[in-house]
Ligand binder design. Structure first.
Ligand code: KG4
Ligand code: ZN
Length: 359
């Protein structure tokens, strides 16, 4: 168990194309840690010209941004470096070079301050991110809960029994939901990242205009498949000819979004029903999608369950979720794998199921 009464955690996220830094303060015991400050720099504009993330550019930009963002959150929280008790950084999964920047900064800062650096699993950060939106009183999010994790790289349903105790119930056998949004958006001429753009365009479209496939909807298990959707989008797009109208583009966006949302909703609600759990957490970038939030909210309430989300701005990658994961781990004495010296490594491929097995 923690030996001191409070712990101020600096969180660093650099697994992909967002540099995120945040400060979270935890008290020993059960009380939910509190977000003190957070700062984020998105590299989306830099990668847009290439239609996707360029790993080398991502690493270089993380190097440029990390220390200024760290200074910014310390200033915003009116703290100094000496107030930091623990540094939590994203150890994986993600782009190797990008991860190394965050890990290097975290471990070097920890060594200079005489504080430990803890390598956090990126998906654990997403899973625990709704604790950043903790409402007061009896409405607190508590374990166990079912989680729908929908990001650019992952689509998973999990039972979250406790911090560090995750059971995978089902996942995508090919593309992630975010990838389906991004690739479809690219096909119909929207920028990168396409998810938010496709969702915006869909607002003026008819979701029934095109019959899009809903793969594995009736498979009886909790797995997903989205790779076929982009072929369907490409086929419809081609049929529209060289100069589709704005309405046709919006209709295709709305029909594509409806297919993704239908499958995610049906599987998440089915998992909720099967598990008997009464709490659903929706995390990861696609969790920002409004129709998905609405459908899950309505469906869960019919099952007598409640849905928890991170604050909208913290659905996509950020340092606050990494700091929160570090703080919740500190409260429970789960700091295995933290490094008090200069040794560190990253795990670009790191299955969440191996989290407990890491030294
Ligand atoms: O969690 P995240 O920031 O990064 C990963 O860990 O992958 O998720 C990014 C993904 C991207 O695919 C992006 O297009 C998608 O989340 N996304 C959305 C929305 N906002 C972000 N997809 C659909 N609707 C949105 N509003
Ligand atoms: Zn993520």
């Amino acid at each position: 168990m923690p030996s001191t009464a409070t712990c101020t955690v600096l969180g660093i996220e650099s697994s992909c194309d967002e540099t995120g830094v945040a400060l979270v303060r935890a008290e020993a015991g059960e009380r939910t840690p509190v977000l003190l400050a957070q700062a984020l720099h998105s590299q989306a504009a830099m990668h847009e010209a290439y239609g996707g993330v360029v790993p080398e550019l991502a690493s270089r930009d993380h190097i440029r941004r990390l220390l200024p963002l760290t200074r910014q959150v310390l200033a915003d929280a009116a703290l100094s470096r000496a107030d930091i008790d623990l540094i939590a950084y994203t150890r994986g999964p993600g782009l190797a070079g990008a991860l190394l920047v965050g890990a290097g900064a975290a471990v070097a800062l920890g060594a200079s301050l005489g504080r430990p650096a803890l390598g956090v699993h990126h998906l654990e950060g997403h899973l625990l991110s709704p604790f950043l939106a903790e409402p007061a009183g009896d409405d607190r999010l508590s374990f166990p809960f079912l989680a729908l994790l929908v990001s650019g790289g992952h689509t998973q349903l999990l039972t979250v029994r406790a911090v560090g105790d995750y059971e995978l119930l089902g996942e995508s056998i090919d593309d992630a939901a975010g990838e389906a949004f991004d690739k479809s958006a690219k096909l119909i001429g929207l920028g990168y990242p396409g998810g938010p753009a496709l969702s915006r365009l869909a607002e003026t479209g008819n979701p029934r205009a095109f019959a899009m496939p809903r793969p594995l909807l009736h498979s009886g298990d909790l797995d997903f498949s989205f790779a076929g959707l982009k072929t369907a989008v490409a086929t419809q797009w081609r049929k529209l000819g060289a100069d589709p109208s704005d309405q046709q583009r919006a209709d295709l966006a709305a029909s594509t979004q409806a297919a993704i949302v239908d499958v995610l909703t049906a599987k998440a609600l089915s998992a909720l029903e099967r598990s008997g759990l009464k709490t659903l957490v929706v995390a990861g970038g696609v969790g920002a999608n409004r129709p998905l939030r609405e459908r899950l909210g309505v469906g869960a309430s019919k099952l007598g369950a409640r849905v928890f989300h991170p604050p909208l701005a913290l659905c996509t990658d950020n340092g606050a979720m990494i700091a929160m994961a570090g703080a919740l781990r500190w409260q429970r004495g789960l700091l295995d794998g933290s490094s008090a010296g200069l040794g560190f490594d990253v795990r670009p491929r790191w299955p969440l199921g191996e989290i407990a097995a890491v030294s």
